[in-house]
Design a binder for this molecule. Sequence first.
Ligand code: GDP
Ligand code: MG
Ligand code: ZN
Length: 287
Amino acid sequence: MEGIITKTLGGFFFVKTNGEIHKCRIRGKIQKQVYPGDIAEINLEDKIVESVQKRENLLTRPKVANVEQTIILISLKSPPMNKDLLDRFILMAESSGLIPLIVFNKIDLVDNLEEYKEDLAVYSEIGYDTYYISAKKHEGLDNLYQDLENKISVIAGPSGSGKSTLINSIVEDVELPTNEVSEKLKRGVHTTKHVELITLPSKGYVADTPGFTNINIENIESDSLRYYFPEFKEYEDLCKFSTCSHTHEPGCAVKDALQEGVIDQGRYDSYKEIYKELQEKEDDIYG
Ligand SMILES: Nc1nc2c(ncn2[C@@H]2O[C@H](COP(=O)(O)OP(=O)(O)O)[C@@H](O)[C@H]2O)c(=O)[nH]1
Ligand SMILES: [Mg+2]
Ligand SMILES: [Zn+2]
């Protein structure tokens, strides 16, 4: 029978099949490491993992296989909205091949939410899914839950944005009312070392351990950076030079779009700043 590994602990592999969790051992001949998110074939009688399917990807922080999406959680207030930082988190998701879900948290702390929405509209205009929530008050979570279905997601975002709070909210919303939950809440997300997938209704999974709080974009090449800004895509072929970096070249269609206000100045500034950083780093390495 096929299932998904939701947790590995003390030599046991917890495999979820249709609504049931089976605590299994693993066949000795499976040499490779097995992680939450892996799809396993289990022998129900012996409670043993027989084999694991080839995985799409393996995230390292937290260690989860077959992740498709990253919830980028960023607060509107305390800590204050930082679009620069948001752009870097989006870039990290894009360069890792993960779909970013941009979640603006702590709506309960602002009294001018409409102004924030106006200011942040650029992200949905680019085509990203955006959400306005209060993790603490369980507000605005329905749309987010819908988009978590049928996929494995992880949570990233700056320190203090509410990642642990959101994970606790999800646990409370989807797993109440069971006794297991009070155990889980007692255990507390902070003290967990292992990763566990929280199961949402109809096959969505979220890792219960937040991932990146810092951005690591150093592996991106400056020449590839432009491909991770999806709003540049429709102009790229129109630039005079096919290798146009959209920074200093003449006949740049991206800069024309910027002039016309079609491309957002803040996003372009982020691009340019990161491009400069990456180039400086490459200069240090290659001279
Ligand atoms: N007012 C308000 N506070 C929140 C919300 N979400 C999280 N917080 C608070 O923000 C602080 C940081 O939250 P935490 O979940 O630890 O952030 P993390 O560092 O991203 O894991 C805590 O004091 C939370 O209670 C929210 O939606 N509204
Ligand atoms: Mg935390
Ligand atoms: Zn250009």
